[in-house]
Design a protein around this ligand. Structure first.
Ligand code: SAM
Length: 417
């Protein structure tokens, strides 16, 4: 049953989210902070409906057309046609004219199109370089809910032991199919309250992100740079791979993101990580390390389109123009980061984008400019790690094929001089 008050909250949240001026999850958390009295059930209905609306926004607006998609109409269309709430379940939350409108909406058909089937805007469709069926499969994969994946901190525990402990505690969990250090949970238990999480033995990390981190191949005693470390999702993995030895630099231009790394670092037990705030990719702190690093990871700022399962608003917050601007940044960061790699060392360029323009194109242009770097096939490295996954010479994960977020990684080696 949908109550009038719930409907009003859903409308208010959709109203703010569809301004597309800040991340949808930030809108939702702020809203819940401003309405502390909302119960768990209300929060659940509000969140599920608002995110369903963003996921199927093209469909919802097509249903409402030619009328203007007001937040109220979007809320009603989402509930009636996407969440399949029947008229009875709306109780007395609808005005008489709304009841009529929803009744008509229940039988309304919309004209089929690729953008509608895949729920991807034209500017994304144009840039995907996929055929019709592949786009539909991808788009539908991006609409399915993402599982909750964990990474085991191998500094503290073995995966089998962590898995056994979770199962013993009544949590439905299984090993991830590809990552040797991953656990996939069924449902969404509050894992951050579990003792293993509090002790730093577990971290939340998508399986694709884990594989990408493992491809860096960081080893004990090495000098490794995580060039775009953010809040350290991959830094923590690299540090554990290095068994907390050697030196691991975590660079980022965002003070706030690096600050979020601190508590995670404390939990992880790592003592080899050196977070460094840099002003830009050519900062003097970067230049000091020229030619010294065994491995450099560039987890570049990108459109994030591979994470649409979690952030469906991104397809409306990014544009062809913003991607073009990101491309310049990506190339500049890769250029600067590559200077840190020593001869024989490894450079990994990665994104959570699905667009060739942010992935292969950046790498191809870089390799063209730098004959001293060569591509090391990802499939060969995965085989060496006994990971039964072959996506070709680069790592390319996608929701519909691998049930992970969309990820890209190219591994490059600096040739011996
Ligand atoms: C994809 S996110 C990194 C996510 C992180 N590696 C993780 O696994 O959680 C990209 C990061 O690049 C950072 N960034 C943007 N411009 C940068 C630059 N010029 N140099 C270094 N980092 C930069 C952003 O602040 C952001 O944290």
């Amino acid at each position: 049953m949908i109550h009038a008050a719930q409907l009003a909250h859903i409308e208010a949240v959709i109203n703010q989210m569809t301004l597309f001026d800040r991340p949808a999850d930030a809108v939702l958390s702020a809203y819940f902070r401003e309405h502390p009295k909302l119960g768990a059930q209300d929060r659940h209905v509000i969140a599920e409906t608002a995110f369903a609306c963003l996921r199927r926004y093209t469909f919802a607006t097509a249903l409402i057309a030619p009328e203007k998609p007001t937040a109220r109409k979007l809320a009603l269309a989402t509930l009636a046609r996407i969440r399949h709430i029947n008229l009875k379940e709306f109780g007395d939350s609808l005005a008489a004219n709304e009841r009529e409108w929803v009744t008509a909406l229940k039988g309304k058909e919309v004209e089929a199109s690729l953008a509608l089937e895949a729920e991807l805007p034209e500017w994304v469709l144009e840039r995907l370089a996929l055929n019709h069926d592949e786009i539909v499969e991808l788009g539908q994969g991006l609409m399915r809910p993402a599982p909750l994946d964990l990474r085991v901190n191998t500094l503290k525990m073995k995966r089998d032991d962590a898995l056994a402990r979770l199962v013993a505690d009544g949590i439905d969990a299984e090993a991830t199919p590809f990552s040797p250090i991953g656990i996939r949970l069924k449902g969404k238990p509050a894992i951050n309250r579990h003792a293993l999480f509090k002790d730093g033995a577990l971290e939340v990390q998508d399986e694709g992100s884990q594989l990408l981190g493992l491809l860096v191949g960081a080893r004990r005693g090495e000098m490794v740079v995580d060039f775009c470390a953010g809040a350290g999702g991959k830094t923590l993995l690299l540090g554990a791979q290095m068994a907390s030895s050697g030196r691991l630099y975590a660079f980022d231009v965002s003070e706030k993101r690096l600050a979020n790394l601190k508590p995670r670092l404390a939990r992880s037990g790592l003592s080899n990580v050196h977070p460094q705030l840099i002003a830009h990719e050519n900062d003097i702190k970067v230049k000091r390390l020229a030619g010294k690093a065994d491995r450099v990871l560039v987890d570049a700022p990108c459109s994030g389109l591979g994470t649409l399962r979690r952030n469906p608003d991104l397809k409306f917050r990014q544009t062809g123009q913003s991607v073009a601007e990101l491309n310049e940044k990506q190339a500049a960061i890769l250029e600067s980061a590559s200077r840190l790699v020593k001869t024989g060392g490894r450079l990994v360029y990665a994104t959570c984008s699905l667009l060739p323009q942010e992935n292969r194109d950046i790498v191809a242009a870089f390799l063209e400019r730098h004959p001293d770097f060569e591509l090391t096939p990802a499939n060969r490295l995965l085989e060496d790690m006994r990971v039964a996954l072959d996506t070709g010479d680069c790592l390319e994960m996608s929701p519909h094929r691998h049930n992970t977020d969309g990820f890209f990684a190219a591994i490059m080696t600096r040739r011996q001089g």
